[in-house]
Design a protein around this ligand. Structure first.
Ligand code: PLP
Length: 385
């Protein structure tokens, strides 16, 4: 019985990508100005971190996300690192995030020397649950005279909260923000997967103090490797730019650096590619939303749960996701699809189950555990016809 249903689903996915023997989860498409801009960057001889495309990309990113400032960086992981630095997260602090996220979120917290605290997700968005966040804080945190919140058990300051918009689906970020504001915890959005996704008419990444994006090869748009942070705070943007260019103080010839900085600025070659890709974002998202709608209709017709937007959310549908009955049916689908030329993947292992983060503080993770046993991502590339 299960085998027959798996075959039917695999057949349907294949019918959406005709003529492909092996269907990847997410392949990039380079059919815009990519080659023109790359050649232009080469001709200019500005291939590294100074160049017109880097500035142009920052202006385009700010426009795209309706934010005041964007800073282009080497990848999304270091964008998270810098976001925390400019928001004042310090060694020995705690940072609230999801157990259900890509490793980069937790790693970036560790780069600071801070400790991640894992909060549950909602089962319909796979993004941070405002309810779980509030329960954790009421049970474990206290606001002290300095105006900040501390974990009562560990005595550590809880300085930031980093929810993640999983697979491009916007989480209940406005409710998360209200809670963070109440406890005086800085909100940083890991919007690495949600470029082109909106919640209540506002671009993801633009709800908190800083939002972070990735342009890795498997993301909705890519520049090989790349990242960006966005903010509406001019001082934060300036500081992010300073820190990511080795904290060099402008001078005609002297090498003056006024603090420990990082070589995190996006090179002009990557930015050339990024500009060409960003020009096509709305077309890509429209194309991906069409595929998601086709999937949604089909999976509804066979009573197969499929993750889709909650009210007021408009996802980029970076990766479409199915929810199976249990881990056995999940595994049998993973096995059959991958054996038959359809690439599928389970969700990441929960952060609290990895050796580095086993001892981390956490709330109840009921929904995260439920999703981890059941979710499978299916092919979601832009279909370029
Ligand atoms: C891709 C991704 C990142 C990091 O991106 P890189 O550019 O690969 O460093 C961070 N967080 C999440 C949730 C991601 O999916």
């Amino acid at each position: 019985m299960i085998g027959a249903l798996n075959k039917q689903i695999i057949h349907f996915i294949k019918s959406q990508f005709p003529g492909q023997d092996s269907i990847p989860l997410h392949a990039p498409v380079f059919k815009g100005n990519e080659k023109n801009y790359l050649n232009d960057a080469l001709d200019s001889t500005y291939v590294s971190s100074v160049g017109e495309y880097v500035n142009r990309f920052e202006i385009m990113m700010a426009q795209q996300t309706d934010s005041n400032y964007a800073v282009a960086l080497v990848n999304g992981t270091n964008a998270l690192h810098i976001a925390m630095l400019v928001c004042g997260v310090e060694r020995g602090n705690e940072v609230l995030t999801q157990a259900l996220t890509f490793i980069a979120t937790a790693n970036a917290i560790a780069y600071i020397g801070a400790d991640p605290v894992f909060i549950d997700v909602d089962s319909d968005t796979a993004g941070m649950s405002p309810t779980a966040l509030e329960i954790f804080l009421i049970g474990n945190a206290e606001k002290r005279n300095d105006g900040f919140s501390y974990n009562k058990r560990t005595g550590k300051k809880i300085s930031a909260c980093i929810p993640m918009h999983t697979f491009g689906l916007p989480g209940r970020i406005d409710e998360v923000k209200v809670i963070c504001d109440h406890w005086n915890i800085v909100l940083i959005e890991d919007a690495a997967e949600s470029l082109g996704s909106y919640y209540k008419g506002k671009h993801t990444g633009n709800f908190g103090k800083v939002g972070v994006f990735s342009f890795n090869g498997n993301k909705t748009i890519t520049c090989g490797g790349g990242g960006a942070l966005i903010t509406n705070d001019e001082n934060l943007a300036k500081r992010a730019k300073h820190l990511t260019t080795q904290a060099k103080v402008p001078h005609k010839w002297e090498f003056v650096h006024d603090e420990i900085g990082y070589n995190y600025r996006m090179p002009n070659l990557n930015a050339a590619l990024a500009c060409a890709q960003l020009e096509q974002l709305s077309r890509f998202v429209q194309n991906k939303r069409e595929l998601a709608a086709i999937y949604h209709q089909y999976f509804d017709s066979i009573n197969q749960p499929f993750l889709s937007d909650i009210t007021d959310a408009k996802s980029n549908y970076w990766l479409n996701a199915l929810i199976f009955k249990n881990i056995e049916s999940r595994n049998s689908f993973l096995e059959e699809s991958n054996n038959n030329g359809v690439m599928t993947r389970p969700v990441w292992q929960l952060m609290n189950r990895l050796p580095m983060f086993k001892k981390a503080e956490r709330g109840a993770l009921t929904n995260s555990e439920w999703i981890a046993d059941r979710l499978v991502n299916i092919p979601s590339s832009v279909r370029d016809r």
